[in-house]
Design a protein around this ligand. Structure first.
Ligand SMILES: [Zn+2]
Length: 394
């Protein structure tokens, strides 16, 4: 396969890519709005069908619908150029899984003050980088492969998650199930700074610590009370000591609440801790340490909930695919680096199951979750071509 042909196709096709991107951005899809997410799901489902995808919508009573699309799922076409499996991904008959999400962090109505617009080689809009452009690039890649008669070595499945931005709880089992039956997982989250692919992600967890003390009058009878805030403060100092920032294990006390009035010994106090872990074996250690916390005051009671909900995506699971992607990018005429990030994605789930995973294959830009969210337009065809080359090679 001559990869420059893929790139040339994607570059010629850029007006179509931008048109579809604009349509996708102009359908607002905040995670918590089921009708809007469903509308976005139907929009992409129609595009996948238009590109010869076999599509099913997975309805959910609380969140919006997820979409599964399968491409090249039928019998192999005679005469088309089929590509053999790569050594990095044994078991050539299993599908390649792509993962994306069609929800955004932006509330409905954001489009009015943050409309789709193109300025200075960049396209702006809510959710454009995270990750509508990633999905649109995949559609361009599929169109390119069809146009050039290139057939991937196995079927290509795409899982479109409706609630990634709130932690992928509703469809976690489906994502894990799809991952397990695949030989490689490619995640369409935005590229890291400078267009780097994401080759390691930290694991993410959240713990809630509640303290039950005893209220009393702070002036007349303070000794009768048990101060829940004092107790929580002591626990916070212990939690802080669990961090190992030099190797990337961090804990953030993000929310603290407690007390009612200055002259009342507070009965209740609560804290929420965000935890980031670099290695899978940190999970058991951190969970054990936090659940082992004991009240300092004999009369105070602690209640601890939560845990690590996304295990880390470790480099061991990404390095072979990254090597392939780097070689393909060089053949397409550009360089890609690998980067580590503290943020989690659905790639954490597949990598933790031992499935080779590569993330950051979506758009190149900046300002995800920020008012200047944008993608760099000249990167759209290059990334679409890289994705097409990966599907044709892996
Ligand atoms: Zn995202």
């Amino acid at each position: 396969m001559e990869f420059p042909k893929l790139l040339a196709f994607c570059q010629r096709d850029l007006p179509n890519t931008i048109k579809l991107l604009r349509e996708a951005v102009e359908i607002e899809s905040p995670t918590y709005s089921k009708p809007d997410i469903d509308r976005m799901a139907r929009f992409f489902a129609r595009e996948f069908r238009r590109h010869r995808g076999k599509v099913s919508l997975l309805e959910n009573s609380t969140t919006g619908a997820a979409v599964i699309a399968e491409f090249w799922g039928g019998p192999r076409t005679a005469g088309s150029r089929r590509h053999s499996g790569n050594r990095a991904t044994p078991g050539a008959q299993k599908p390649i899984l792509l993962i994306g999400h069609h929800d955004t962090v932006w509330a409905k109505g954001t489009l009015a003050r943050m409309p789709f617009r193109i300025r200075g080689g960049r396209a702006y809009g809510p959710g454009i980088l995270d990750m509508k452009a990633g999905i649109v690039q995949l559609i361009t890649a599929i169109r390119a492969l069809h146009a050039l008669g290139v057939e991937p070595a196995s079927s290509v499945r795409f899982f479109l998650n409706p609630e990634e931005e709130t932690g992928s709880q509703a469809f976690r089992r489906e994502i894990e199930h799809e991952s397990k039956r695949s030989r490689a997982v490619l995640v369409l989250e935005p590229a890291a700074e400078g267009g780097a692919l994401k080759t390691a992600r930290k694991g993410v967890g959240e713990f809630r610590i509640s303290v039950q003390g005893k209220s009393a009058h702070a002036g007349t009878d303070p000794a009768a009370g048990i101060n829940a805030i004092n107790e929580l403060a002591r626990q916070i100092l212990r939690i802080e000591k669990l961090a190992q920032p030099r190797r990337g294990l961090t804990l953030n006390l993000g929310i603290v609440e407690g007390g009612t009035r200055p002259n009342v010994v507070p009965e209740l106090a609560r804290a929420t801790v965000d935890v980031r872990i670099p290695r899978a074996d940190d999970q058991a250690r951190i969970e054990k340490a936090i659940f082992a916390l004991k009240a300092v005051h004999p009369g105070a009671r602690l209640k601890i909930e939560g845990g690590i909900n996304r295990p880390p995506m470790e480099r061991a699971m990404t390095k072979d695919l990254f090597r392939v992607a780097r070689t393909l990018a060089a053949q397409l005429g550009f360089e890609v680096r690998g980067a580590t990030t503290g943020g989690g994605s659905d790639g954490n789930l597949s990598a933790a199951l031992g499935i080779p995973t590569l993330d950051g294959l979506g758009a190149v830009g900046d300002g995800a979750h920020a008012l200047d969210e944008h993608v760099i337009i000249r990167e759209l065809p290059r990334r679409a071509a890289l994705l097409a080359a990966l599907l044709a090679t892996v």
